[in-house]
Every structure is written in structure tokens, then in C-alpha cells.
Design a protein around this ligand. Structure first.
Ligand SMILES: Cc1cc2nc3c(=O)[nH]c(=O)nc-3n(C[C@H](O)[C@H](O)[C@H](O)COP(=O)(O)OP(=O)(O)OC[C@H]3O[C@@H](n4cnc5c(N)ncnc54)[C@H](O)[C@@H]3O)c2cc1C
Length: 405
């Protein structure tokens, strides 16, 4: 009998247990500090669980060593993932954009299926049980609980990242791995909202708009995404912003100058938009400029744009000069904000960074430093884009660990 401890009953830990249970020699104990399993699975995809993605490649992941994931993607691609869940009795549905959800469209069904397989396979699950420390003795590991010490042959660190503390986020996995001699890449928040400088954005609080969003780092364009933005009290959110936040976090780490440039009406070029604004000002020549531009954009956005340009919102449209019209057109197509920070770990869907992939075997996910110690999921220095990629990595790494336990 091999005694195995899995620390963390999240996506990766649960799959590693289910796969490892096929070997009847394995006696498996899972430890979970929360009162229920898979809290992040439950919350995922707004309660619908974006479980994986049909289109998946190593370009969908970030790490200090992105090639680390290649083996996982060859062994556990989308089809393998779909078959794996079908064999557990969970059917999946692929949406037009490639995102994949349970056919039930309920994250709860993922938890019910996983939980029943854990029970059925005689895996021991200890809820509300926090592992405080792991010590390596000669041929085994000693796990320290509140009032107990337990010995195991093999240990899996599946403790996730420190994002969303209220769902169990912790940096235990990182600190314990460091203590056990591993290199770490400090966690950084990803898929997270951004805090902006100044207060112009506050005038547009609550406005959502599909825009072409450019990320500028030290003045150079680094990425561009066409999707929703949402102005908030602290700065900016929305899908385009979450997607850009990975690169923002890295740039912040290196103390770069970061700007977001919004093109609010990408269907117009500068000339066409200037002509259009001139036409609108002629048409409604006795309206205030605020009222005139309301035919073009949300009035809160117009307010923010005028304030940014120091143009009085009550200026009568016929009194606007050509320079002012050009500057309004320019601001609509290139409305720039300086990014001060992200909203931080408590709001970040995932954390980048983690245990260095240099210390992990990319086929077995066993530590290269300590034999019989394994890692899976977000605790590893791999983070995915939005769209099911982070759960895919959790399932895939759990699967490889389970096979090698
Ligand atoms: C709000 C939200 C929505 C998301 N939506 C999606 C989505 O739709 N699609 C997608 O792909 N990804 C999504 N993600 C990301 C995804 O949920 C995670 O990447 C994934 O759950 C990571 O799996 P994991 O097993 O590594 O860690 P987790 O699922 O976080 O599990 C780790 C577990 O370990 C436990 N633990 C930690 N330390 C200890 C300890 N010392 N002792 C005992 N237990 C411990 C924790 O309580 C936790 O339950 C979302 C995340 C959040 C927060």
C-alpha cells in the first residue's frame, strides 16, 4: 500500500485523486481547509463553469518557461478532456466562441459528479482540515495538522494560488514549496480589474462599451483587444481589461509606465469622425455640445471626454472651433488613461507565478528536488488566458499527477 496525501480539494487535487484511485495499491487522503470541495469550481464562469476550451495551444498560457505546458497539451488536449469528463458522466457543450461548459450549464453539476466519484472510489476526504506544515523525513513526509502529525509516502501540493481569499486562496503552496527547496516566481494578480490615475474616469462610472482597447507600455503598443470595457468608481473593468491585465501585471512588476488607450468608435477613422461631429454641430447648432454629442456616445462618456479636454459642456455647438472638434474626435478614438495598479489578489480570477517549472518534471509533475512530491494546478508557474484555460491546466496537471502517483 502506498499512502498518498493530496493537499487541496480544488479542480486539480480532485482529478489527481480520481485518476490515482485506479491503482488499488494507493490509499488516498485529501485534505481541504474549506468546509466544501471546489469553491472556485463552483464560482467559475459566473456559476456556469467554463470548464475548458476547444481551441487550445501553448499561446493561451503564460509562464517563465511557456514550453513546459507542451507535454500536457499533447497528452491532455480538448478531446481527451471531453472524453475524460464524459467517462465520469459529465457531458460538455462547445459554444460558438470555443468556450466549453457542462451541458447542464451549471458549475454545481461538476461538483456533484466529482464529489460522488470521490465517495464511490473510497478516497478519504477530510474537510475543514488545514495542513500547517510538510516535513521531509528520510523515506517519507510528515504532514502537520492542528493537533496531529501524519506520515505519507507521497504528497501532492494542489493548494492553488492566493487569489480570492474568500474562496480559499492562499500562498501556502508557494511558501511550503520554497521551504522544501524549490524556486518560486512570486504570485501576481491576473484576469483582474485596473485602478486608473486621476478622476476623469469617475464621470463615466457604470458605462459599458465595446471598444478597441490598446495597451501601451512605456509608450509602445503591446496588445490590442476589441471587447467590452466598464468604467467603475476605482478605474476600469470589462472583458477587454481582464484580458489585458496579465500583461499589465507583468509591466507593473517592472515598474513600467502603463497606459490604456480606448478607441470608443472604431468604426470611424479620424477624418470621418471629425466630419461627422462638424455635421452634428451644424445640425444642432443651438444645442450645448454635451447634448449634441449625446447622439453619438453615452452622455457620461461625453462628459468625461469634454472634461479631459477642458471644453465647457455648456458651450453652444455653433461656437465650437475646428481645433476643438478635432480634439474631441481624437479623444473619442484615442482616450488615454494611466494605469496605477491592479485591483489585487482578492479580485483576481487567477494568479500568475508559482512554483518554478524548472523544478518540476513536465511529464510526471513530480518535483525534481524532492522525490515523491508532486504539484498540480495554479500553484505552478503557469497561468492561462480567460476562456477555460486555467481549469484546463488544473484538470490536465491533476490527470498527469494522478497517473504518476
Ligand atoms: C471567481 C472565479 C471564476 C473563475 N472562472 C473560471 C472559469 O470559468 N474557467 C476557468 O478555466 N478558470 C476559472 N477560474 C480559475 C480556476 O477556478 C482556477 O484556476 C482553478 O480552480 C485552480 O485549481 P487548483 O486545483 O489549482 O486550485 P483551487 O481550485 O483553488 O483549489 C485549491 C484548494 O486547496 C485548498 N487549500 C489550500 N491550502 C490548503 C491547506 N494548507 N490545507 C488544506 N487545504 C488547502 C483551498 O482551500 C482550495 O480549495 C475562476 C476563478 C475564480 C476565483
Amino acid at each position: 500500500v502506498k499512502k498518498i496525501a493530496i493537499i487541496g480539494a480544488g479542480a486539480s487535487g480532485l482529478i489527481s485523486a480520481i485518476v490515482a484511485s485506479k491503482d488499488k495499491q494507493n490509499q488516498i487522503d485529501i485534505y481541504e481547509k474549506n468546509s466544501s470541495i471546489g469553491k472556485k469550481i463552483q464560482a467559475s464562469g459566473n456559476g456556469r463553469c467554463n470548464i475548458t476550451n476547444q481551441n487550445i495551444s501553448n499561446n493561451d498560457f503564460f509562464s517563465e518557461k511557456p514550453s513546459f505546458i507542451n507535454y500536457l497539451l499533447s497528452e491532455f488536449d480538448f478531446n481527451k478532456c471531453q472524453t475524460f469528463f464524459e467517462n465520469l458522466g459529465l457531458l460538455l457543450e462547445v459554444k460558438n466562441d470555443g468556450k466549453v461548459y457542462p451541458l447542464s450549464m451549471e458549475s454545481k453539476s461538476v461538483l456533484i459528479i466529482l464529489s460522488n466519484h470521490i465517495k464511490q472510489r473510497n478516497i478519504n476526504l477530510f474537510l475543514e482540515t488545514q495542513i500547517k506544515d510538510i516535513k521531509k523525513s528520510k523515506n517519507s513526509f510528515v504532514l502537520e495538522l492542528d493537533n496531529n502529525k501524519l506520515e505519507y509516502d507521497k504528497v501532492v501540493i494542489a493548494t492553488g494560488s492566493n487569489s480570492y481569499k474568500n474562496l480559499g486562496g492562499t500562498d501556502f503552496g508557494l511558501s511550503i514549496s520554497k521551504k522544501l527547496g524549490h524556486d518560486i516566481v512570486p504570485f501576481y494578480p491576473s484576469l483582474v480589474q485596473l485602478i486608473l490615475k486621476g478622476d476623469i474616469y469617475k464621470l463615466a462610472n457604470g458605462v459599458r462599451k465595446k471598444s478597441l482597447v490598446k495597451l501601451l507600455v512605456d509608450g509602445k503598443a503591446k496588445d490590442e483587444i476589441y471587447d467590452d470595457i466598464l468604467f467603475t468608481k476605482y478605474g476600469i473593468s470589462g472583458l477587454a481589461i481582464l484580458d489585458l491585465s496579465q500583461k499589465v501585471s507583468i509591466a507593473l512588476k517592472y515598474k513600467k509606465d502603463i497606459q490604456i488607450a480606448l478607441n470608443l468608435l472604431p468604426q470611424y477613422d479620424f477624418q470621418k469622425l471629425s466630419n461627422l461631429i462638424t455635421k452634428l454641430c451644424d445640425l444642432n447648432s443651438d444645442f450645448t455640445i454635451l447634448d449634441t454629442l449625446c447622439g453619438l456616445l453615452n452622455s457620461k462618456l461625453v462628459l468625461a471626454i469634454l472634461k479631459d479636454l477642458n471644453i465647457d459642456k455648456n458651450l453652444i455647438s455653433k461656437n465650437l472651433n475646428f481645433k476643438q472638434i478635432k480634439s474631441i474626435a481624437n479623444n473619442i478614438l484615442n482616450f488615454k488613461f494611466t494605469v496605477l495598479d491592479t485591483k489585487g489578489f482578492d479580485y483576481a480570477e487567477v494568479s500568475g507565478g508559482g512554483v518554478s517549472t524548472n523544478n518540476i518534471n513536465n511529464k510526471t509533475y513530480e518535483s525534481k528536488i524532492i522525490k515523491n512530491l508532486f504539484f498540480c494546478g495554479e500553484v505552478i508557474d503557469i497561468v492561462g488566458r480567460r476562456g477555460g484555460y486555467n481549469l484546463h491546466f488544473a484538470w490536465g496537471s491533476g490527470y498527469l499527477v494522478g497517473k504518476n502517483l
